[in-house]
Ligand binder design. Structure first.
Ligand SMILES: Nc1ncnc2c1ncn2[C@@H]1O[C@H](COP(=O)(O)OP(=O)(O)OP(=O)(O)O)[C@@H](O)[C@H]1O
Ligand SMILES: Nc1ccn([C@H]2C[C@H](O)[C@@H](COP(=O)(O)O)O2)c(=O)n1
Length: 655
C-alpha cells in the first residue's frame, strides 16, 4: 500500500512520544536472559525486531510474560532450538553469540533474505576461535546456518568489528557467561561507537563487570550476579529525530516527550547537530525536549554522522527543503544495514533535489532554490522504502513540509508498514500531530506588572504564527485618550462613560500583533507608556464601564485571528483566563517576586509603580487580577526569558 503524506498547513504545534528504544529493548531482553533471575522490563519497544528477540528467547526455553507496557524474562536456555531472526541485526548478532555460551548445544538459525547479506563474518570468526562449529547452508559466514556450541572459557579474542558495532556488543555481552575472564582486542576499530558504549553501560547497569582499559581493548569478567530485578527502557533517541526534524520541516514547535538525557544513547546528539545546522533550537523542558523552528543560513553545511549514523537519513531527507547544499560524511557502514542506505537515500532524495552525489562514505545533496522546489515537482514523488523503516519515516517527515502552500500532498511512501520495525504507529502519530497542529487554540496569559507577559506572549505567537493581543495596551490606550480629553479618573464613572461614547475602536495588524486603534489611527507606544498613563491606567481599568467597553472587543479577537488565518490566539492581561476567555485551551498565570520585577523594569530604564498598580488591579471589584481557575502557575523569578517561553510553548504544544 502507498501512503500520501498530508503536509502541515500550519506550523507544527504538537507533543509526540516516541517509542521505547529498540537498541535498549533488545539489549535488555538479552541481558535479562543472562541474569539468572526474573527481570521485568518496563517501556519496552513493541515492534517486529523486539518481538523477534522475545520469540527467539521463548524458543530457547525462557519464560516471557508480556503485559501493559512491560515484558518479563525468566528461566534458563535449552540445549537446542530453531531461531528465526528476521532482519533484526541485534537479534541476529546477540543471539548467535549468546547460544555459543551454552555447553553442548546445537542451534539452527535462519533469517529474512536481507539478513543473508548483512555482515556476520567478524563475529563468526571470533566464535569459531572460541570453539563453536558453524555449518553454513548458503554462503560462508552468513545466514542461514547451524551451530554446535561448547560454552566459553574466557581467554583472548582478536575481533574484527569494523563492519558492525553489534559484533562487538554481542561478544561483550556473551562473555559475561564465560567461565573466566575474557580479553577482547579490536582489529581495526569499530563503527557507531556510541552503541558499544550503550552496551557497556547497560551491562554495568545489570551488574555485569566490563572494563575498557584503552581504546580498542575490553575485559569482561565472569561475574554472573545481576544487581537488578527491573529495568526501564528509555525513549528511542533515533526515533526522536523524526519529531525534532518535523519542527524544522514545518517551521513549528514540537515537544518530544521524555527525551532521554545524555548517557546511553548516542543519537541524543542529533538534537545538537540540528541546532548547529541552524535548523531548530532545542530547549529542555523537564523530562521533555522542545524543538523550535529556526532560521538556517544559506551557506552549505557538512556534518560527520559516524557516531549518530541512524539519524543521517532524517537529516538527509529534509535537506532539500532548505535551499542549501548539505554534505553528510562517515556513513559507509550504513551501506550494509537494512538497505544500502547511502545509495537508497541518494536515489530517493534525487526525486526532489536538483542533484545528489554520493561516494562510499558520504552523500551530498544539492537542493533546488527554495522558491523553485514547488515548480520542479509536478506530480507526487513516490518514495521507494526498500523495507527500510528509516527511509520511510525520514521521507514521511519531509513530506510534512507544505511546499505548495495549500496542503497539496507531494510525497507518497511505498510500503509505510515497514516503519513497524521500530515505530509501528509512526504514520498515525504524524497524521494526529498534523490534526493537533490545525486546532485553533486560545492561550490566556495573565499576571501582574512586569512578570514577563509581553515578552513571552509575543515570542510564542511568533513561533506558532498565532495572533498576539496585549490587552494592557487597550487599557493604556483608553487611559491616554481619556487623559487627552481632559478626563481624569477623579471625575468619576459618569464622566468616563460619557467620554467613551465618542471613542471608536478598531484593529490594525502588524506582523503577529493585533493593535487596537482609535478612529482608525494607531496610538503609539511612546504615548501609552508614559508616567502619566502608568499612574492613571489602573484607576480607569477598575471602572466597570471601561471594562464593559473593552470586553466585547477583546472577545472578538478570536474571530479576527481566525479570519486573518492565524493558527491561534495569545492574549495577555489581567483577566483573560478569568473573564474574557474562561474556556481558553491554555491558561497561564505568570508571577515573579517584586524585587525581580522592579529590577527588570529598571533595566529598561523605566520607573513603574508596579506594586501600586498591582494592588489596585488585585483589589478592584470588577474583573480583579486573580490566578484563574485551571491555570498553570509559572514563577519566573529565577527563570530566564527563554526558559519561560519554552515552558509556555511546551504547554501549548501539549494542550
Ligand atoms: N524571565 C525573565 N528574566 C529576565 N527578564 C525578563 C524575564 N521576563 C521578562 N523580562 C524582562 O522584564 C521586563 C518586563 O517584561 P514584560 O514587558 O514582558 O512584562 P509584562 O508582564 O508584559 O509587563 P506589563 O504588564 O507591565 O506590560 C522586560 O524588560 C523583559 O525583557
Ligand atoms: N486585561 C487587563 C489588562 C490590563 N489591565 C490594566 C491593569 C494594568 O495596570 C494596566 C496596564 O497593563 P500592562 O500594560 O501593565 O499590562 O491595564 C487590566 O485591568 N486588565
Amino acid at each position: 500500500m502507498d501512503y500520501k503524506i498530508e503536509p502541515f498547513t500550519k506550523p507544527a504545534c504538537a507533543a509526540i512520544q516516541a517509542p521505547g528504544s529498540k537498541s535498549i529493548t533488545n539489549r535488555a531482553l538479552l541481558l535479562a536472559a543472562m541474569a539468572g533471575q526474573k527481570i521485568k522490563i518496563f517501556n519496552p519497544l513493541v515492534s517486529r525486531d523486539s518481538q523477534i528477540m522475545a520469540q527467539c528467547l521463548k524458543n530457547l526455553g525462557f519464560e516471557i510474560e508480556e503485559g501493559e507496557n512491560f515484558i518479563s524474562v525468566s528461566g534458563s536456555p535449552k540445549k537446542s532450538a530453531k531461531l528465526f531472526v528476521g532482519n533484526a541485526g541485534t537479534a541476529a548478532r546477540f543471539l548467535t553469540a549468546f547460544v555459543c555460551a551454552i555447553k553442548d548445544g546445537e542451534f539452527e538459525f535462519d533469517s529474512d533474505e536481507e539478513m543473508y547479506k548483512r555482515p556476520m563474518r567478524g563475529l563468526i570468526e571470533a566464535l569459531e576461535h572460541l570453539g563453536a562449529e558453524f555449518t553454513f547452508k548458503k554462503e560462508s559466514f552468513s545466514f542461514p546456518f547451524s551451530v554446535k556450541t561448547k560454552g566459553f572459557s574466557g581467554g583472548e579474542i582478536s575481533l574484527d568489528a569494523t563492519q558492525s558495532s553489534q559484533i562487538l556488543s554481542a561478544i561483550l555481552m556473551s562473555q559475561t557467561l564465560a567461565s573466566s575472564e575474557t580479553s577482547i582486542t579490536l582489529k581495526g576499530g569499530t563503527v557507531s561507537k556510541p552503541f558499544v558504549e550503550m552496551t557497556v553501560k547497560m551491562m554495568r547497569q545489570f551488574g555485569f563487570e566490563v572494563e575498557c582499559p584503552s581504546n580498542g581493548k575490553y575485559i569482561v569478567k565472569n561475574s554472573k550476579t545481576c544487581k537488578i530485578s527491573s529495568y526501564t527502557v528509555e525513549t528511542d533517541a533515533t526515533a526522536a529525530s523524526y519529531p525534532i526534524a518535523l519542527a524544522a520541516a514545518t517551521s513549528g514547535a514540537v515537544l518530544v516527550k521524555n527525551f532521554p538525557r545524555e548517557g546511553l544513547q548516542g543519537d541524543v546528539g542529533f538534537a545538537q547537530v540540528m541546532q548547529k545546522a541552524g535548523l531548530v533550537k532545542c530547549r529542555r523542558v523537564g523530562n521533555d525536549l522542545l524543538a523550535l523552528k529556526s532560521e538556517p543560513s544559506a551557506e552549505a553545511c557538512e556534518f560527520d554522522f559516524n557516531d549518530i549514523s541512524d539519524t543521517f537519513l532524517t537529516f538527509a531527507a529534509i535537506a532539500p527543503l532548505f535551499g542549501r547544499t548539505t554534505k553528510i560524511t562517515g556513513i559507509a557502514h550504513t551501506r550494509k544495514q537494512e538497505s544500502d542506505r547511502v545509495e537508497a537515500m541518494a536515489r530517493e532524495i534525487s526525486k526532489f533535489a536538483k542533484k545528489v552525489e554520493f561516494d562510499e562514505d558520504s552523500i551530498t545533496i544539492f537542493p533546488y532554490e527554495k522558491s523553485e522546489l514547488a515548480q520542479k515537482i509536478s506530480s507526487p514523488v513516490k518514495i521507494e522504502t526498500y523495507k527500510d523503516h528509516r527511509i520511510a519515516m525520514s521521507h514521511g517527515v519531509a513530506g510534512c513540509a507544505d511546499i505548495f502552500g495549500g496542503g497539496k500532498a507531494w510525497i507518497e511512501i511505498r510500503d509505510p508498514q515497514c516503519s513497524s520495525k521500530t515505530w509501528p504507529d509512526f504514520f498515525k502519530i504524524l497524521e494526529q500531530s498534523r490534526k493537533d497542529s490545525m486546532k485553533f487554540k486560545t492561550v490566556a496569559i495573565d499576571g501582574g506588572a512586569a512578570v514577563g507577559k509581553s515578552s513571552v506572549s509575543k515570542e510564542c505567537a511568533k513561533t506558532l504564527n498565532y495572533m498576539h493581543v496585549d490587552t494592557g495596551s487597550h487599557y493604556r490606550t483608553i487611559a491616554y485618550i481619556l487623559l487627552d480629553k481632559g478626563i481624569a479618573p477623579s471625575l468619576g464613572e459618569d464622566a468616563v462613560s460619557q467620554a467613551l461614547k465618542g471613542v471608536e475602536i478598531s484593529t490594525l495588524i502588524f506582523g503577529n500583533s493585533a493593535r487596537m486603534s482609535v478612529g482608525g489611527k494607531e496610538i503609539e507606544d511612546s504615548l501609552i507608556r508614559t508616567d502619566k498613563v502608568n499612574q492613571n491606567v489602573s484607576l480607569f481599568a477598575a471602572m466597570p464601564q471601561v471594562r464593559e467597553f473593552l470586553k466585547g472587543y477583546q472577545r472578538s479577537m478570536e474571530g479576527v485571528a481566525k479570519e486573518k488565518n492565524f493558527a491561534g490566539l495569545v492574549m495577555e492581561g489581567r483577566d483573560i483566563g478569568s473573564v474574557i476567555f474562561p474556556n481558553a485551551e491554555i491558561k497561564i498565570f505568570l508571577d515573579a517576586d517584586e524585587e525581580t520585577r522592579r529590577k527588570r523594569r529598571a533595566n529598561e530604564g523605566i520607573s513603574d509603580s508596579i506594586s501600586k498598580r498591582d494592588a489596585l488591579d488585585k483589589n478592584r471589584k470588577t474583573a480583579p487580577l486573580v490566578r484563574p481557575e485551571g491555570s498553570v502557575l509559572i514563577d519566573t523569578s529565577n527563570m530566564s526569558k527563554e526558559e519561560v517561553i519554552a515552558k509556555t510553548l511546551a504547554l501549548i504544544a501539549e494542550a
